[in-house]
Design a protein around this ligand. Structure first.
Ligand code: XLS
Ligand code: NI
Ligand code: NI
Length: 442
C-alpha cells in the first residue's frame, strides 16, 4: 500500500456512540443488522472521485488550497493520474467504503485528440480494475463530464451544433463501456449544461428532441453491450446554466414519459439540488417513489443562507431521516447507493480532513437509517396515513375511482346527505412523533 494518508494508520473502526476518538465511527457499524439487512448493504456508501481527489480547492475567486500532491501540475499527466488512483484506493480502503463514483475526466487526463483521450481512459480503467480487484471496492456509478470543456459551453446533447452532440456521444460511449467493464451498478447522466442562458437564442422544441434522442442512444447501447446496471438522470434546477431541463424529479419524469423513456431511466437525487429547486430532499425521494423512478442518492447538503450548490457533507440527522424514511418505505436502495457528492471547505487543507468529512457524513446517514427504520417498523406513521385515506378503499371512494360514479350522481347524493366534516391532519403531532424516533435512536 502506498502512503498518502499517513495520519491514518489503521482502517476506521466502529467504536460506538460514546467514542471520543475522532477517527472512528460512532453510528456506522457495517455488520449491524437493521430491518433484516446489514448496514453496509442498506447504505451502499460511495466516495466521489471528483470532489475528493480531482479538486485542489480552487474556486471562482482563487487558486487551489488543498494538500494534494497528485494534482501537482509539474507531473506527467498519466503519472499524476496513477498517483491519484493510488491515493484514492488507499483512502477507500482505510475508510472502509464499498463503492466509489467517477467522471471520465477525473480518472484520466483529457488530451488534444479524442483518440488519445480515449486511450488514456482505457489505460486508467484497466489500472482501476486491478485496484478494485485487490481492495474489493466496487463502482457505484460512472459518468462522463460533458460540461467542463469549452466545446460544451452551449450544452452537449442540446448543443445547436450536431458535431458537438456527436463528440459528446463518443465520450458517453467510452464511459458507458468503461462503467460496464468495471461492473458499475449504475450509469449517471447529469445535464451539466443542458439548459439555456437566454431564450433569445434558444429553440426549446429542438433541444428537448435532441436530449431525448441522446438518451435513446445511451439506452440502446447499454442494452447492446449487456450493461445490467440502472441508467439515471440527476435533476438540478440551474447552475451552471440559468435554467436546466432536468429541473427536478417531476420535470425529469414528464420528460421520460413524453419521450418514451420511463421504463429505462430513473433518477439520481442530490440533496442540495432538491433544495435549490425549492424542495426538500424528502419531497424529491417521495415524488420519485410515487412515480416509480427512484434510483440513487447524492448525499450532501446545502447551506440555508446560500443559494449555491455548495456540496457540504451531510450533517443534519433530522433532514436525512425524512429522506431515509421515504427510501425505506419505497423498499430501500437496490442498484443505487449514497454517494458523497460533497466537498471539503476550502480551508480544510489537510489530507486527513477527507476522513473527518466522510466519517461525519457516514455517521449522519447511519443514524438517520436507524431512526427511519425504527419509525417504519413501528408503523405509527403508516397507520395514521392509511387511516386518513381509508375512505378510498371502499364504498364511495372506490365508486369514484373505478368510474361507477358520475357528476350528476354525485350531485344527487350531495342533495340528499349532510355536508361532510373535515378532520385534523395532525401535522404537529406527527412532527413530534418523528422527533421522538430521532432522539431515541441507539
Ligand atoms: C453537479 C453534479 C455532479 C454530478 C455528476 O452539481 O452534482 O457532481 O453528480 O456529474
Ligand atoms: Ni451538485
Ligand atoms: Ni451530484
Amino acid at each position: 500500500m502506498t502512503d498518502f494518508f499517513t495520519d491514518v494508520t489503521e482502517p476506521i473502526r466502529y467504536l460506538g456512540p460514546d467514542s471520543d476518538e475522532p477517527l472512528s465511527f460512532r453510528w456506522y457499524d457495517r455488520d449491524r443488522v437493521v430491518a433484516g439487512k446489514r448496514m453496509e448493504d442498506h447504505l451502499r456508501f460511495a466516495v466521489a472521485y471528483w470532489h475528493s481527489f480531482a479538486w485542489d480547492g480552487f474556486d471562482i475567486f482563487g487558486a487551489g488550497t488543498l494538500d494534494r500532491p497528485w494534482l501537482d501540475q509539474a507531473l506527467d499527466p498519466m503519472a499524476a493520474a496513477a498517483m491519484k488512483q493510488d491515493a484514492a484506493f488507499e483512502f477507500f480502503e482505510k475508510l472502509g467504503v464499498p463503492f466509489f463514483c467517477f467522471h471520465d475526466a477525473d480518472m484520466a487526463p483529457p488530451a488534444d485528440s479524442f483518440a488519445e483521450t480515449s486511450a488514456n481512459l482505457s489505460t486508467m480503467v484497466e489500472r482501476a480494475a486491478g485496484l478494485m480487484e485487490r481492495t474489493g471496492v466496487g463502482l457505484l456509478w460512472g459518468t462522463a463530464n460533458l460540461f467542463s470543456h469549452p466545446r460544451y459551453a452551449a450544452g452537449a446533447a442540446t448543443n445547436p451544433d450536431p458535431e458537438i452532440f456527436a463528440r459528446a456521444a463518443a465520450q458517453v460511449c467510452d464511459m458507458l463501456e468503461a462503467t460496464n467493464r468495471l461492473g458499475g451498478a449504475n450509469y449517471v447522466l447529469w445535464g451539466g449544461r443542458e439548459g439555456y442562458e437566454t431564450l433569445l437564442n434558444t429553440d426549446l422544441r429542438r433541444e428537448g428532441e435532441q436530449l431525448a434522442r441522446f438518451m435513446h442512444l445511451v439506452v440502446e447501447h447499454a442494452h447492446r453491450i449487456g450493461f445490467d446496471g440502472t441508467i439515471l438522470i440527476e435533476p438540478k434546477p440551474f447552475e451552471p446554466t440559468k435554467h436546466q431541463y432536468d429541473y427536478d424529479t417531476a420535470a425529469v419524469h414528464a420528460f421520460l414519459q413524453r419521450y418514451d423513456l420511463v421504463e429505462e431511466i430513473k433518477v439520481n437525487i442530490e440533496v442540495n439540488h432538491a433544495t435549490l429547486a425549492g424542495h426538500d430532499f424528502h419531497h424529491e425521494v417521495a415524488y420519485a417513489n410515487a412515480a416509480g423512478i427512484f434510483g440513487s442518492i447524492d448525499a450532501n447538503a446545502g447551506d440555508d443562507r446560500l443559494g449555491w450548490d455548495v456540496d457540504r457533507f451531510p450533517v443534519s440527522v433530522e433532514q436525512m431521516t425524512l429522506g431515509m424514511y421515504e427510501i425505506l418505505r419505497g423498499g430501500g436502495l437496490t442498484t443505487g447507493g449514497l454517494n458523497f457528492d460533497a466537498k471539503l471547505r476550502r480551508q480544510s487543507m489537510a489530507r486527513s480532513d477527507l476522513f473527518h468529512a466522510h466519517i461525519g457524513g457516514m455517521d449522519t446517514m447511519a443514524r438517520a437509517l436507524l431512526a427511519a427504520s425504527a419509525l417504519l417498523e413501528s408503523s405509527e406513521l403508516e397507520a395514521i396515513r392509511s387511516q386518513r385515506y381509508a375512505g378510498w378503499d371502499e364504498g364511495l371512494g372506490l365508486d369514484i375511482l373505478t368510474g361507477s360514479a358520475d357528476l350528476p350522481g354525485l350531485q344527487k347524493r350531495a342533495l340528499e346527505l349532510d355536508d361532510p366534516q373535515p378532520v385534523s391532519g395532525r401535522q404537529e403531532e406527527l412532527e413530534n412523533l418523528v422527533a421522538r424516533y430521532v432522539e431515541r435512536v441507539r
